[in-house]
Design a binder for this molecule. Structure first.
Ligand code: TMP
Length: 237
């Protein structure tokens, strides 16, 4: 049941809107059916995207909380909206990979689909202007991001990967890679934020290898609406 009314809009991107609520510590995120890729060079929209992203994020944040991972999630308000804690976000995108795909295949020249010998964690700067470059700890230090925060990001990424790899495996899905973000609450605690959805993860069917994520849109493969619906069905039953 909705408990938080959407107030002033604080942010509007292609894929979501973020609203203030009557509690300054609580934000309302509304997921939209619109999408961009390649730093907004490619645009599109399909029915059910916002619903999948909101409902899958809610289900996965709940699962992670139950397994001891602190997250920003508070509640699901309706089919396309969740409320979260209002965090100070780190300027970091944490990417964790189990199988070579996308930019990793291009970076180190290994074929998409090659399993990695151990998970790889990458830390990227959250900057549309710079194209979210992958940085070293030393680069982040120059930008004022403390080493302890980077270590937290890496450890959180690996813990989330462990939990979600088995969560999705039970649903017949290979978790190829994913991106998460981290924020700090007013008490100073760091926690998982943003979303976990087919926009921010690569999901491949374990039996057929079929892609069930945003790569269908990025690569003009067709069937994107069906893929998002299938992922929601597998996660929420
Ligand atoms: P990449 O192979 O393009 O670097 O993507 C790695 C993972 O991160 C993939 O699951 C998609 C996700 N991702 C985002 O969520 N946002 C982004 O802006 C990018 C580039 C990737």
């Amino acid at each position: 049941m909705a408990t938080n009314e959407a107030g002033e809009i604080l942010y509007e991107g292609k894929a979501k809107q973020v609203f203030a609520t009557d509690d300054p510590q609580v934000l309302l995120h509304r997921y939209k059916d619109d999408a961009t890729a390649y730093n907004a060079a490619k645009r599109g929209s399909w029915e059910g995207k916002g619903r999948t992203n909101a409902m899958m994020s809610a289900a996965i944040f709940k699962y992670l909380e139950e397994h001891g991972v602190p997250t920003h999630f508070i509640s699901q308000e309706d089919e396309t909206s969740i409320t979260t804690k209002n965090l100070q976000m780190l300027p970091v995108e944490v990417v964790v990979r189990n199988v070579a795909a996308g930019s990793l295949s291009r970076l180190i020249g290994i074929e998409e689909g090659t399993p990695l010998s151990a998970p790889i964690v990458e830390l990227c700067l959250k900057s549309d202007e710079l194209g979210d470059p992958m940085l070293t700890h030393a680069h982040f230090r120059e930008l004022g991001v403390p080493e302890d925060d980077l270590m937290f990001c890496e450890e959180l990424g690996l813990r989330v990967n462990e939990l979600l790899t088995s969560f999705f495996d039970e649903k017949g899905i290979i978790l190829v890679d994913f991106k998460i973000e981290v924020g700090r609450d007013p008490g100073g605690e760091l926690m998982l934020a943003d979303e976990i959805s087919p926009d921010t993860c690569r999901f491949w069917d374990k039996e057929t290898g079929e892609k069930l994520d945003k790569d269908r849109f990025r690569r003009d493969m067709g069937g994107v609406e069906e893929a998002y619906a299938e992922m929601l069905r597998r996660v929420t039953g």
